[in-house]
Design a binder for this molecule. Structure first.
Ligand code: GDP
Length: 313
């Protein structure tokens, strides 16, 4: 989205011995190309001095902190790592930005908050709803949220929290429930798999389309004043309903293929999330474009195509 808006974009990449850029490979440009506008740098949210050096080198106008150990279930297995990267990682970025204006330039900062912060506070959730986090991930995000607010109030930084409800797309990681379902159902349809194991089917979420949501992040940084915003569709569906709709689209009866594996249950669950994004609608002029049905259609179509390619191989 930023490239399409004409930005020069600098991304931070964690070092891995195997390639980990699949989801942005289609955007890659040879940095020797004089027209290149996408540049990648090695970095890690656990490495504050590296980030400070990068800030001096790149001199960005806007920083979007979307980095995190972002899987809720994994955060129960790796609570300390999750806190280091998601909570302290945000603090490291904020400290670097606070210390940075050696050049006198203002950096606008976007912090990826999460609807998980609301946890067991009942829906509808809006900016005024109390947080009651239910996982190490959510607790870390609450810390990052309040640090962002505090840096805004204490140091006058242009810092915003987006409180985004679940946002999905064809590029969603395959261990999140929506993509896990569309991948498995399409592979079952083509005879590549015969079972899908899931956890709690009763959980309810407000699922939107990621491309709509990134527009909201950008809009927050274009305002006259920094503020915090809930971004959501205001529609709620259960995991069971998501499963049903995906299998229905493929003319399959989900009950024949889906089994419950308690391994996917979480020690503490977030039962129901449904956001009230009235503030974003009023102040940012933002509203989602892609409906729940269209979201499912896009994900199923793409995963059918991937399954077809897999079958040919
Ligand atoms: P989250 O809302 O950030 O935790 O996003 P997820 O897509 O990981 O999970 C959404 C909901 O689906 C949660 O309430 C999970 O407990 C539930 N769920 C049920 N089965 C599964 C599963 O097999 N994998 C995942 N990731 N979630 C599952």
């Amino acid at each position: 989205m930023l490239l399409a808006k004409g930005y020069e974009v600098h991304g931070v990449l964690r070092r891995s011995s195997s390639f980990n850029t699949d989801r942005i490979d289609h955007l890659y440009q040879d940095p020797h190309d004089p027209g290149a506008r996408l540049f990648l740098h090695y970095g890690d949210l656990s490495d504050g001095s590296g980030f400070r050096a990068l800030l001096e080198q790149v001199e960005p106008d806007e920083v979007y902190n979307l980095g995190a150990q972002s899987h809720v279930k994994v955060s129960f297995h790796q609570p300390e790592y999750t806190a280091d990267v998601d909570a302290l990682g945000t603090l490291r970025v904020l400290e670097a930005i606070r210390a940075y204006p050696s050049t006198g330039r203002e950096v606008r900062f976007y912090q990826a908050g999460s609807s998980e912060m609301f946890g067991s506070s009942p829906p509808p959730q809006s900016e005024g709803t109390p947080f009651h986090p239910r996982s190490p991930y959510a607790v870390a995000k609450v810390y990052a949220y309040w640090q962002t607010v505090n840096y805004r109030e204490a140091y006058d930084l242009f810092a915003c929290n987006g409180i985004l409800f679940n946002h999905e797309s064809e590029r969603r990681g395959e261990t999140f429930v929506t993509r896990k379902i569309t991948r498995a159902a399409t592979r079952i349809k083509l005879g590549l798999q015969d079972k899908l194991f899931l956890g709690n089917l009763d959980a309810k979420r407000d699922w939107g389309y990621a491309a709509d949501y990134v527009e909201a992040m950008w809009l927050m940084l274009q305002q006259d004043e920094p503020d915090d915003y809930v971004i959501a569709t205001g529609q709620i569906h259960s995991v069971r309903e998501f499963v049903e709709r995906v299998f229905d689209r493929l003319d399959l009866d989900w009950r024949e293929y889906v089994a419950i594996d308690p391994r996917y249950f979480r020690p503490a669950e977030v039962d129901a999330l449904c956001g009230d994004a009235s503030k974003a609608r009023k102040k940012l002029g933002w509203q989602p474009q892609v409906t729940f049905e269209e979201l499912i259609e896009r994900m199923v179509e793409q995963d059918l195509e991937l399954a077809r390619q897999e079958r040919v191989l």
